[in-house]
Design a protein around this ligand. Structure first.
Ligand code: NAD
Length: 331
């Protein structure tokens, strides 16, 4: 099948081309992200392959459909960037990669927690400059700390498994409590209890109308002073302005982000020669206790290999008219 691959980086090309030896699709790579202005590039492509920050709103979908596209193959798990209702109305099928390596994301999240706690990001720079002073680098043992996991799906559950190994007390919140998580020792509690008793809070739920700005001023007020807040899920789970105020008042003691609400203007590009216009993002970078990575939690060799293989298999299912287990349907 002829597939227009948008937001294509060298690593996308490498993994997709390697996996495509088994599938034989005609892959054409486009560097720009997909939006209403770039959708024209997909003219006469029956399938487009997109990533997290491609904008598939109603207008972009309409252009795609008029040009002959009938399949959107997301090479990621989240699908908040696709207007599913519009896609269904236009007769466009949407498939995704629901799971590729939840370990990649969970392990990166643990990396953020350990880096912030032990100030490794600051220690790295100090030692390189010949500054071996320890003032300001004081950490705390993870053992016996209470960690609250919001969203105990694939990634949240692995977080619980790893944190159990550290000897943490495990709290959890999910719309659908998972008995496997309870078997690990996690106690499901209401959000208010999780907020008020956790030393570390890590977000692993999707962005939905219900979870939009889940961490807002009211939620922050309920948290312990000095709490560590980690978000490797989706940027809009957090009200960034409220979080900046909470950092200024020291309510938040540590903030670790791999995602950011306005990340589509920034992430995945080298902007080191540009003047970044996003003042909220720039303010976040000024805090010594904030660590931001640019949506790289998924970025392991294992994950990219699996993403490529499942994406191409989804496209083959569609092409051959087979039911695709990874099709997203609107309820
Ligand atoms: P999953 O679907 O396996 O689990 C999500 C869990 O969240 C489910 O158990 C669900 O019941 C729960 N949930 C849904 N609505 C909720 C709500 N209102 N309150 C509490 N819980 C709720 O998903 P996953 O694979 O574990 O992924 C979790 C998140 O990680 C997603 O947002 C995904 O987009 C993000 N993610 C980020 C990266 C990255 O590179 N940073 C990579 C992959 C996934």
């Amino acid at each position: 099948m002829k597939v227009a691959v948008f937001s294509a980086k060298t690593y996308d090309r490498k993994f997709l081309e390697a996996a495509n030896i088994d599938y034989g699709h005609e892959l054409v790579f486009f560097e720009p992200s997909l939006n209403i202005n770039t959708a024209v590039l997909a003219s006469s492509f029956p399938a487009v392959c997109v990533f997290v920050n491609d904008q598939l709103d109603e207008k972009a979908l309409q252009v795609l459909q008029e040009q002959g596209t009938s399949l959107i193959a997301l090479r990621c798990a989240g699908f908040n960037n696709v207007d599913l209702t519009a896609a269904a109305q236009l007769g466009i099928t949407v498939v995704r990669v629901p799971a590729y390596s939840p370990y990649a994301v969970a392990e990166h999240t643990i990396g953020l927690i350990l880096t912030l706690n032990r100030n490794l990001h600051r220690a790295y720079n100090r030692v390189r400059e010949g500054n071996f002073a320890l003032e300001g680098l004081l950490g705390f043992d993870l053992r016996d700390r209470t960690v609250g996991i919001i969203g105990t799906g694939k990634i949240g559950m692995i977080m619980l498994q790893i944190l159990k190994g550290f000897g943490c007390h495990l709290l959890a919140y999910d719309l659908y409590p998972n008995p496997d998580c309870e078997a690990l020792g996690a106690k499901y509690v209401e959000l208010t209890e999780l907020f008020s008793t956790s030393d570390i809070i890590s977000l692993h739920c999707p962005i939905t109308p219900q979870t939009y700005h889940l961490i807002d001023r009211q939620a922050l007020e309920q948290m312990k002073k000095g709490v560590m807040l980690i978000n490797t899920s989706r940027g809009a789970l957090i009200d960034t302005k409220a979080v900046i105020d909470a950092l200024k008042s020291r309510k938040i003691g540590y903030l670790g982000l791999d995602v950011y609400e306005q990340e589509s203007n920034l992430f995945f590009e080298d902007l080191s020669n540009e003047v970044i216009q996003d003042d909220l993002f720039q303010r976040l970078l000024t805090f010594p206790n904030v660590l931001i990575t640019g949506h790289q939690a998924f970025f392991t060799d294992n994950a990219l290999h699996k993403i490529a293989q499942i994406t191409l298999s989804n496209i083959t299912d569609f092409e051959q008219g087979h039911p695709c287990p990874n099709q997203i349907s609107i309820n």
